[in-house]
Design a protein around this ligand. Structure first.
Ligand code: ADP
Ligand code: ADP
Length: 228
């Protein structure tokens, strides 16, 4: 579903972010990318939805080289959740969530009904949280809205970049558990970036352990933990 073939990225200032990366993520698989800050995890992820272009090598999504896919079309197939989700501050939670279906041509009433379903899917109550504004939510709730919005176009692929990184440990654990329950229902192909090995182990079907600019190990959690 996602395939990296000998991908390297060198930024304009000469920084080598990733070097000769090759790996595959199967359909419905959740792969966590884990490693210290600056080792190339976010760069890897951004090459999937063309926020960053590789210097060499190819990235394929659903069998197609993304270099040949229009970025707008590509991003409809790929949901994206980042650490501080950017919600529209002057729109309610329901409207924030309904925006994507509306942009894709769904009528207002149906888009709002779909938004309510999505909020429920991520553990929010549409009648309670839907009419609120983003600033009236807790950090954990805002991240849930970010997940709901990323799922709005029903994309087969989900990119998550430290989505639970900015909330406290208790809330984080709850969000992780909710996300696992959600993933068992929706079965997206997921790349999930974290610097927290516990999170990587808890969530990942497989774990890509990064060193500087490369993947040092790519295995199931038990194997990674059992490694010397
Ligand atoms: P991680 O997500 O693991 O923290 P990143 O992919 O963000 O790592 O960064 C990998 C390396 O590339 C780091 O050295 C970082 O400073 C560098 N880098 C990231 N983005 C840019 C950029 N736009 N321009 C130059 N260097 C960058
Ligand atoms: P979560 O575990 O979902 O992050 P919190 O424990 O932070 O939630 O918040 C608990 C409750 O307090 C929630 O029901 C949330 O709606 C409410 N709440 C948190 N922050 C605010 C706020 N700024 N304004 C109104 N209600 C809030």
């Amino acid at each position: 579903m996602i395939r990296f073939e000998h991908v390297s990225k060198r930024y304009a200032d000469g920084t080598s972010a990733v070097d000769d990366l090759s790996f595959e993520v199967a359909e419905g698989e959740l792969v966590t990318l884990v490693g210290p800050s600056g080792c190339g995890k976010t760069t890897t992820m951004k090459m999937v939805n063309r926020l960053v272009e590789p210097t060499s090598g190819r990235v394929l999504v659903e069998g197609r080289d993304v270099a040949g896919v229009d970025p707008v079309q590509l991003r409809r197939r790929i949901g994206y959740v980042i650490q501080q989700v950017g919600l529209f501050p002057h729109r309610t939670v329901l409207d924030n969530t309904a925006t994507v279906p509306q942009l894709l041509g769904t009528g207002r009433a149906r888009a709002r009904a779909r938004a309510a379903e999505l909020l429920e899917l991520v553990g929010l109550d549409p009648s309670v949280h839907g009419p609120r504004y983003p600033e009236q939510l807790s950090g954990g709730q805002r991240q849930r809205v970010g997940v709901a919005r990323a799922l709005a176009a029903d994309p087969p692929v989900l990119l998550m970049d430290e989505p639970f990184g900015a909330v406290d440990p208790v809330v984080r654990e709850r969000l992780q558990n909710e996300f696992l329950a959600l993933q068992s229902r929706v079965r997206k192909t997921v790349l999930f970036v974290t610097h927290d090995i516990e999170e990587a182990v808890r969530l990942g079907d497989r774990i890509a352990v990064y060193g500087q600019g490369r993947i040092e190990q790519f295995d199931a959690p038990a194997t990674v933990l059992g490694a010397p």
